[in-house]
Design a binder for this molecule. Structure first.
Ligand SMILES: [Zn+2]
Length: 354
């Protein structure tokens, strides 16, 4: 499955099997902190979980956990004494954890409030006592932390302190899409394990196995990231959203401002980060087409992209793309989603009208 809230994961995704075999086959893994990073939607978390399962397994088979020993069963039931997962409450909630994680030591305030999107300093500090005791099973102790970008300045510094005096037998697995957003001193304490995009045939074969139709178009729309492609396909709609086609056609016709109300009604129904991603990819494609290349994300819109690209200057496209990046930060906490959507549409359509 694409998402799995169980800590135990036996299998690696096909494109990770070789790197897992290499990594688990060397003593290098005994570095105390690893930063597993690469493009979003490629299965890094599954990789990290399968590695954690394999490292804790008491009867491993090659690079895989056995799935039946005590350690594997404890992990499967979420009570392995030598394993902790640190993730924001919002991520735990999205994964379907009904209870606050015991390992997060979240104090119950009795108040209901939005789950935190940060890995909080209390979560990091809750590791300290545990790290100072001997491992229960005499093997590894694993801390799986994701996404590492969710560490705020305070919790990142608390983790840094721990990593400066690494506890024995402990392996930290930090999973991140964007290591450049992490505290540089924290990154410098980790060994890096980059995981690249799978090659296209492997990604398409996996998507076919997951029952995703029109896999090539979904994979392109997700920038080559198969799990992201599967999630997009699952969410419904089509790989090239109809509203994007309409917007590009309006840009090409020099009347982008006229369809702002129409698009506003449609986009207000979606989470901002979804349609912002789509715009960002479309602007990337516009830039590619304007530079004489071909569309990367939306090859199905090649003609419309070419017509829209001819209407715009390359400078306008580049400036709009940069501006959109700044809006992605705002999109996570817009004060007024409707106004935010309107402002973005006006900015982008204004570029097209100039
Ligand atoms: Zn096992």
């Amino acid at each position: 499955m694409v998402a799995d809230d169980a800590a135990f994961v036996r299998d690696f995704l096909p494109w990770h099997a070789d790197v897992a075999r290499d990594w688990l086959g060397t003593r290098e893994r005994f570095a105390h902190a690893w930063l597993i990073h690469g493009a979003a939607g490629t299965g890094k978390l599954q990789f990290a979980r399968a590695c954690a399962s394999r490292l804790l397994c008491e009867q491993p088979r090659g690079h895989l956990a056995c799935g039946v020993c005590d350690a594997c069963l404890w992990l499967r039931h979420g009570n392995h004494p030598d394993f902790r997962a640190l993730r924001p409450e919002a991520v735990a909630a999205a994964e379907g954890s009904a209870q606050p994680d015991a390992d997060n030591a979240t104090p119950s305030t009795g108040k209901s409030k939005a789950p935190s999107r940060d890995i909080r300093v209390e979560q990091v500090r809750s590791l300290e006592t545990w790290l100072n005791t001997a491992t229960h099973r005499g093997g590894h102790r694993i801390v799986l932390l994701y996404p590492a970008e969710a560490l705020n300045a305070v919790s990142a510094n608390a983790l840094l302190k721990i990593l400066e005096e690494p506890p024995e037998h402990t392996v930290f697995l930090l999973v991140a899409d964007a290591p450049d957003r992490l505290l540089p001193t924290l990154v410098s304490r980790c060994r890096r394990l980059p995981l690249g995009l799978p090659d296209k045939p492997a990604a398409l074969a996996w998507l076919a196995g997951e029952g995703v139709g029109n896999a090539a178009a979904w994979l392109a729309a997700a920038g080559g990231a198969p799990l992201a492609a599967a999630r997009l396909a699952q969410a419904g709609g089509e790989p090239c959203p109809a509203w994007l086609r309409r917007w590009l056609q309006a840009v090409a016709a020099g009347r982008a401002n006229a369809i702002v109300p129409d698009l506003l009604a449609e986009l207000e129904k979606q989470p901002p980060d979804t349609w912002l991603d789509t715009f960002q990819r479309a602007l990337f494609d516009l830039a590619c087409v304007q530079a004489g290349g071909s569309a990367h994300y939306y090859p199905g819109l090649a003609d419309t992209l070419a017509q829209a690209g001819a209407r715009l200057s390359r400078v306008d496209t580049a400036q709009a793309a940069r501006w959109l990046t700044t809006q992605q930060r705002v999109s996570r906490h817009p004060l007024n989603p409707g106004l935010f959507t309107h402002a973005v549409l006006l900015r982008l359509s204004g570029m097209a009208a100039s």
